[in-house]
Write a protein that binds this ligand. Structure first.
Ligand code: NAD
Ligand code: TYD
Length: 347
């Protein structure tokens, strides 16, 4: 099978590529990524050594490039991770979120209509459901919860989900959608809460906690998300939505304190800063459907996953130091573009 992973040079997409290369060794994995600020070729260093892997630099919103990729790679499956993913950036500048997350998704769906596909999988987020109040711990997001978005990011992801459902209903494109809670683990870009806090603590910088720090996120170790998507590809029902999450709700302040404790640093490093505009209070997934229909359960407890993640950042300083210095952004040109020995397609 030819499996195209869009956005595979980012956090979850790269973890998914490694998961698939290991667990589906007969399949060819093609990463299609624009390499925005969030994409890093260094993350795929090990993948490029695998003969089942290929990298194509391209923008999912660029119709010509996407159609060309379909003609050359003949994908059986598309897994769309490519997105602008940071809520704070979407509040500063929503436009690129619409371009990539909405238009990009529509271009991929058009390509699926035109060339045919066995499965189009959309990687969505629990943020499409909006938020839950802190004083109602009995409430959870199910697949039937109404879409009710708060940020330009979540609005763009919800719009993409609606397009995916429309293309399934109208054109019979065989689609599935997964809506996952917050991920953490290796290769997480240091603008997001967990890696930012680890790296700031290591650099003895202040740890900026928004508002009162009581906002709750439902944390899932990234490998568990990858396993869930693979199960949906294998046994998921076409046209369906699956929520993914592992009942791992934590207040931000508790996550930050856990990180400080693990690193042997004091809580005086915490600095409460101005709250995010429109800040969602609580996310919490009800994963009953994926558990009952596909047998999925998360394998990693937060207590273990956070330790492994902190250790990963300690062991991989070069990876994040190059991000912080900005060096990673010309890594692709330095390492790959001029190296004809490596089989890189570039459109
Ligand atoms: P990320 O920001 O780390 O990576 C995004 C990747 O997409 C980067 O490699 C970037 O270069 C690429 N990209 C961006 N625009 C592109 C375009 N126009 N064409 C091709 N490639 C492009 O994101 P992430 O955290 O890995 O999230 C991946 C997906 O999972 C997103 O769709 C996001 O909405 C969803 N998601 C993320 C989380 C989370 O906790 N991070 C949770 C649930 C769902
Ligand atoms: P983030 O990692 O940006 O993910 P999302 O907004 O998609 O859930 O943020 C997770 C939580 O941490 C969110 O409630 C905002 C908060 N946060 C901070 O308190 N300080 C920070 O510096 C960042 C980046 C996030």
């Amino acid at each position: 099978m030819n499996i195209v992973v869009t956005g595979g040079a980012g956090f979850i997409g790269s973890n998914f590529i490694y998961y698939m290369l290991e667990n589906r060794p007969k399949d060819k994995i093609i990463c299609f990524d624009k390499l925005t600020y969030a994409g890093n070729m260094a993350t795929l260093d090990e993948a490029v050594k695998n003969e089942n892997f290929k990298f194509i630099r391209g923008d999912i919103a660029d119709r010509k490039t996407v159609y060309h990729m379909f003609e050359t790679e003949k994908p059986d499956v598309i897994v769309n991770f490519a997105a602008e993913s940071h809520v704070d950036r979407s509040i500063e500048n929503p436009e690129i979120f619409l371009q990539t997350n909405v238009i990009g998704t529509s271009v991929l769906l058009d390509a699926c209509r035109k060339y045919g596909i066995d499965r189009y999988h959309q990687v969505s987020t629990d943020e499409v459901y909006g938020d839950l109040p802190l004083d109602r711990p009995d409430l959870f997001f199910t697949e039937k919860t109404n879409l009710h978005t708060s940020s330009p990011y979540s609005a763009s992801k919800a719009s993409a989900d609606l397009l995916v459902m429309a293309y399934h209903r109208t054109y019979k494109v065989p689609t599935t959608i997964s809506r996952c809670s917050n991920n953490y683990g290796p290769f997480h870009f240091p603008e997001k809460l967990i890696p930012l806090m680890i790296i700031n603590a290591l650099g003895n910088k202040k740890l900026p906690v928004y508002g009162d720090g009581l906002n709750v996120r439902d944390w899932l170790y990234v490998e568990d998300h990858c396993a869930a998507i693979n199960l949906i590809l294998q046994n998921g029902k076409v046209g369906e939505v699956y929520n993914i999450g592992g009942h791992n709700e934590k207040a931000n302040i508790d996550v930050v304190k856990t990180i400080l404790k693990q690193l042997g640093k004091g809580e005086d490093m915490i600095e409460y800063v101005t709250d995010r505009k429109g800040h969602d209070r609580r996310y919490a997934i009800d994963p009953t459907k994926i558990h009952e229909e596909l047998g999925w359960l998360p394998a990693t407890k937060f207590e273990d996953g956070i330790k492994a993640t902190i250790q990963w950042y300690l062991d991989n300083r070069k990876w994040w130091e190059e991000i912080i210095s900005g060096e990673y952004q010309d890594y692709y040109e330095r390492m790959y573009e001029k190296n004809p020995a490596l089989e890189y397609a570039r459109v």
